[in-house]
Write a protein that binds this ligand. Structure first.
Ligand code: FPP
Length: 236
């Protein structure tokens, strides 16, 4: 990796898109694409750790993805469960894991496991991995707004205390810095309800490579591109 450490993003978000097309191109069922996608996810997470990225977020399942055929949803849940069962990996990797999204939609088994992993990995601070599962950016903002409204009703705060920093703190990502760079492979050029609030000033990187083919080398290209950008956050 040729990029100067100083110019690396602190937080990278990945939209893991193109799994279905990867499989269809090979005459395989779409779920095979998700299997390959899950492998790419593991490799990229490990590589980010190696090069010293502090926060990584992967969009694995959106609030809209339930509309997909049942066998596809079942396969994604199976892959997710398989990942959750690699219990010792995050300890070995000293990685904190946080799940973004509404956990209530998952089976009791998955939910319990997610909560255990969040609790047990909270001691690690070398890298934090956020996995967006049953996540929607607008849904996240609505939830934060409802919590703020309840705080007003309970007289914990006044309406005038509602500001950007309060809303930020009430998101699933409360306490995590906003995304510096969002990478979307597969040729689509949109954000699709991912980190809606947290991407206000993110740099965006799009590539035609499909997610299962997204390698460390592809990430290096994105990082080089990011390092060459000038971020002004509305200033000059
Ligand atoms: C988008 O590609 C991908 C998804 C909706 C699922 C991503 C899930 C995984 C990579 C596996 C999840 C597992 C873990 C370990 C978290 P697409 O199917 O929309 O691709 P297409 O646009 O080519 O159809």
């Amino acid at each position: 990796m040729a990029v100067d450490k100083e110019k690396l993003p602190v937080h990278i978000g990945f939209i893991m898109d193109g799994n279905g097309r990867w499989a269809v191109k090979r005459g395989l069922p779409r779920k095979m694409g998700h299997r390959e996608g899950a492998k790419a996810f593991r490799k990229i997470a490990r590589y980010c750790k190696t090069i010293g990225i502090k926060y990584i977020t992967f969009y694995a399942f959106s609030t809209e993805n339930w509309k997909r055929p049942k066998d596809e949803v079942d396969e994604i849940m199976r892959l997710f469960g398989e990942y959750l069962n690699e219990a010792d990996d995050f300890k070995k990797d000293k990685t904190r894991i946080i799940f973004l999204g509404d956990k209530s939609a998952f089976s009791e088994d998955l939910r319990t496991r997610m909560e255990e992993i969040e609790r047990d990995s909270a001691v690690f601070d070398e890298m934090t991995m956020l996995l967006a599962m049953n996540y929607g950016g607008r849904d996240e903002i609505v939830r934060a707004a409802k919590t703020a409204a309840e705080m007003v009703l309970e007289k914990d705060i006044k309406p005038s205390d509602i500001n950007e920093s309060l809303i930020s703190s009430l998101l699933y990502t409360g306490g995590i810095p906003d995304a510096d760079l969002i990478i979307r492979p597969s040729g689509e050029k949109r954000i699709s309800n991912f980190l809606t609030w947290q991407s206000a000033y993110s740099e965006l990187y799009f590539t035609d490579v499909l997610w299962p083919d997204f390698t460390a080398k592809e990430l290096d290209k994105a990082l080089e591109d990011y390092a060459s950008r000038s971020r002004r956050f509305g200033g000059v």
